[in-house]
Design a protein around this ligand. Structure first.
Ligand code: GLC
Length: 795
């Protein structure tokens, strides 16, 4: 049976179930990668076999070495295959040898990547994945002899050790601290580093050791090994033709006086038609509670690898399979059901790194938003994230803009919106779960003391109340959500109309939370600010046809018809609608302006026109090339919000347009123009002023993945939680006949079948739950752990 190939182009396709993206040509326009993580140990791997590994985060605890290079993708954990008799050699992935192949295929899946190829009569399959519950990656290689004669092959690995802070560009310094040895009882190498990069408890620099021992092991007795880049590559060699491939055995140079790398070589004899599997592992054991030898021995064998691979599927199923949509839009189905959840969890929340960005920490607002991806499958993970972020707050209510996930610490800035994401995401959690006990969880402040989550939120809001201009608009401070507006308001004079709208949205919900808790005084205060915000934002923020983004410390307008560049910004328009700041008339007008100026071929632009001249009084956004990233490109994160806003004003077709244009599989028709992976969201797409209009960039590590999932499910399909129950309010394209949606909600499973034979955008005629007609469009909150059938008739 041949498999259906969805969104096929010259580089690859999705499998029928959408769970794998199969790359058939290694020369993709950019690295097409997979970011694989178990929440602790992570790796990235590209379609050529490039990439690296880390534990915790890739900035403070890199296991294998690499330097960022999107063009050459020159670092990897490589595997060479050599015919011992003919001396011909090639690699198990296309790199580093880049040999001619009979066929080549990479299957990026959920928690694994598989490289299939046939070269020189040998079929090879390399499966790369991370064990779900151990800091270990497995590289399982199966070789099948499809040639006419017996073959003796050796399989040899090579990669460089990083072990600690990255990038370690001062290699001559770093290598001095690494110590490797070969151990017979694990068939492999153990490696320590007597330096991490943190100061010791007395503040003395370079005075603590890396707290782990790394290992690299193999399932067969190796015929040789090496730990030295110099002897392996050779001083005038190259990864594509290393000295080691010209010699019978590896040099076996380990210890303290080498340029630390890891290589193991095993020899396999394959009769004609025979196949054999060999398993390599790489891992890092925390010295205080893990034994590297135990880990190596446990996982470095064929049975354990096969079991661990089955566990990978079970592991990911908990996060992916609790929810499934079936709509007439295949791109929406594939992305919503599989890839956006995977991208958000494996990369954004756990791995925290990708080709375009290596992160060593959590962004205050970033991973809070990302954690909404857990709400349907495992809301307790969202809760954990909320508590973690609450802890990054000072008594005064402000927060760290980001912090290192190992040993903490980060910048305390004057950013104006970070702190407000705590109550915003809390509200999303409460609506999904109705778990109000979270409000009473006690969490510490960075500068001492503890308080309830409710109090943490209250302090954030109160802090925001202290940052208002004389005319009642929130101040910009160092910047708002748009980090690049970095010079507008540092003197606490410039204003952010968007922060005003965001705060308005939060207060709308928080007033009742405060009342429920009997905190009437604060509820009343919130109410007063809430009302005055509406008045002031409309009085000073309305520019005639749309809302302003900001004013500078010098009182100049930003995002106004009076400006030559950056005349209109997206966020203040869509959040005027989302928050309800705009009345019907202004909502319509503001969104008309969005449609006219911002909704372009590849999604909704963040502003228009892009800045071509540097503005010292606005910030680094004006220093980006025009059309790139926040400077007038499609910034996917915010572009997803435009989908939400269009549904709110009843423009379902436009909402769907705004969605379709940023849904990655839809860009498969022009892969050389778009350049990026069609299975994950890009952070940005070049805007009209770029000569590469429509080119994607900064894939994987972007907050847009969770939001693209959310706007599809909550706002297009319109199935979203309210305190009363699950609301059904689709805003879909007229041409759809309907859709189905299976989803968990507060313990029960809802099997929702929406019939749109009436071919309307919106409106519900009847809803039957378990065969009984219900009165409105809110499904009863069963909480019974059972399945419930919901039939929805639109019209
Ligand atoms: C980056 C930041 C995010 C910010 C966005 C817009 O993605 O991580 O926090 O909101 O840029 O500037």
């Amino acid at each position: 049976m041949t498999e259906a190939r969805k969104f096929k182009n010259k580089y690859g396709y999705f499998t029928d179930d959408g769970r794998e993206y199969v790359i058939t040509e290694p020369k993709t326009p950019k690295p097409w990668a997979n970011i694989i993580s178990n929440g602790d140990y992570s790796l990235m791997i590209s379609q050529t076999g490039g990439g690296y590994s880390w534990r915790g985060n890739a900035g403070q605890n890199r296991i294998t070495r690499s330097m960022q290079d999107i063009i050459k993708d020159p670092w990897g954990k490589y595997v060479y295959i050599r015919d011992v008799e003919t001396k011909e050699f090639w690699s198990a992935a296309w790199k580093p040898v880049m040999a001619d192949y009979e066929y080549y295929e990479v299957r990026h899946g959920i928690g694994y990547s598989i490289f299939n190829q046939k070269i020189n009569g040998i079929k090879s399959k390399m499966k790369v994945f991370v064990v779900p519950d151990a800091p270990v990656e497995i590289i399982e290689i199966t070789l099948a002899n499809e040639s006419e004669r017996k073959r003796i092959l050796d399989v040899t690995t090579f990669f460089e050790w990083g072990l600690g802070f990255a990038p370690d560009e001062h290699r001559e310094f770093h290598k001095i601290f690494i110590d490797s040895k070969y151990e017979d009882d694990i068939n492999g190498l153990l490696v320590d580093k007597y330096l991490w990069g943190f100061p010791d408890e007395k503040g003395r620099n370079n005075n603590i050791s890396w707290e782990y021992t790394a290992f690299h092991a193999v399932s067969e007795r190796p015929k040789s090994y090496d730990g030295d880049k110099e002897s392996f590559i050779g001083i005038y060699g190259h990864e594509s033709c290393p000295r080691a491939m010209k010699e019978d055995k590896l040099a076996q140079r380990v210890g303290r006086f080498v340029d630390a790398s890891g290589s193991l070589q095993v020899e396999l004899e394959l009769k004609k038609g025979e196949s054999k599997t060999v398993v390599f592992t790489i891992g890092a054991a925390m010295k205080s509670y893990e034994d590297p030898k135990e880990l190596a021995n446990k996982y470095t064998n064929v049975e354990a690898a096969q079991k661990a691979f089955e566990d990978v599927h079970k592991f990911w199923s908990q996060f992916i399979d609790t929810e499934e949509i079936k709509t007439p839009d295949e791109a929406m189905n594939i992305m919503t059901n599989v890839w956006l959840k995977y991208q958000s969890i494996s990369c954004r929340l756990w791995g925290k790194s990708a080709y375009y960005q290596t992160s060593a920490g959590y962004g205050y607002r970033d991973q809070l938003q990302d954690s909404q991806i857990f709400l349907i499958s495992k809301p307790e993970y969202t809760k954990k994230q909320i508590l973690m972020h609450a802890e990054q707050q000072f008594n005064e209510g402000d927060v760290l803009h980001w912090w290192f996930t190992i040993r903490g610490g980060g910048p305390r800035t004057k950013c104006s919106d970070d702190l407000l994401w705590l109550p915003f995401i809390l509200e999303a959690y409460l609506k999904e779960t109705k778990d109000f006990t979270i409000l009473d969880e006690r969490v510490s402040f960075l500068d001492g003391g503890r308080a309830t989550v409710y109090e943490h939120c209250k302090r954030a809001i109160e802090r925001a109340f202290h940052r208002f201009s004389p005319r009642g608009i929130p101040l910009m401070g160092d910047h708002d959500w748009n980090d690049g507006l970095s010079a507008i308001g540092n003197d606490w004079k410039g204003e952010s109309f968007w922060v005003g709208e965001f705060l308005y949205e939060i207060l709308k919900e928080f007033i009742s939370i405060a009342r429920e808790r009997g905190d009437y005084q604060f509820a009343d205060k919130c109410k007063i600010v809430y009302e005055s915000l509406k008045e002031n934002l409309n009085k000073y923020g309305w520019d005639g046809e749309w809302y302003l983004q900001a004013t500078t410390d010098h009182g100049l307008k930003v995002g106004s018809k009076e400006n030559e560049e950056g005349k209109i910004f997206l966020n203040p328009q869509i959040w005027a609608v989302i928050s309800g700041i705009a009345d019907k008339d202004r909502a319509k007008k503001a969104m008309e302006a969005v449609t006219k100026y911002l909704l372009k071929d590849y999604g909704t632009l963040l502003l228009y026109p892009a800045y071509t001249k540097v503005r010292n009084d606005i910030g680094y956004i004006t220093r980006y090339a025009p059309g790139l990233r926040e400077n007038g490109g499609v910034y996917t994160h915010a572009a997803t919000w435009s989908v939400w806003a269009y549904t709110l004003i009843g423009e379902s077709e436009l909402a769907y347009e705004a969605y379709k244009r940023i849904c990655p599989p839809n860009r498969s028709d022009n892969p050389d123009g778009y350049m990026c992976e069609p299975y994950v969201t890009p952070g940005n797409t070049d805007g009209p002023l770029s000569p590469y209009y429509g080119r994607g960039g900064w894939t994987w590590y972007t907050g847009s993945s969770q939001w693209l999932h959310r706007v599809a499910t909550h706002w297009i399909l319109g199935v979203r939680p309210t305190y009363e129950g699950l609301l059904i309010d689709p805003s879909i394209p007229k041409e759809w006949d309907g859709f189905t949606y299976r989803r968990q909600f507060r313990g029960a499973t809802y099997l929702i079948n929406v019939n749109n034979s009436a071919h309307v955008n919106r409106g519900i005629k009847e809803i039957y739950v378990d065969g009984k007609l219900i009165e409105n469009n809110v499904l009863p909150d069963f909480k019974d752990g059972k399945e419930h059938r919901v039939k929805v008739l639109m019209g």
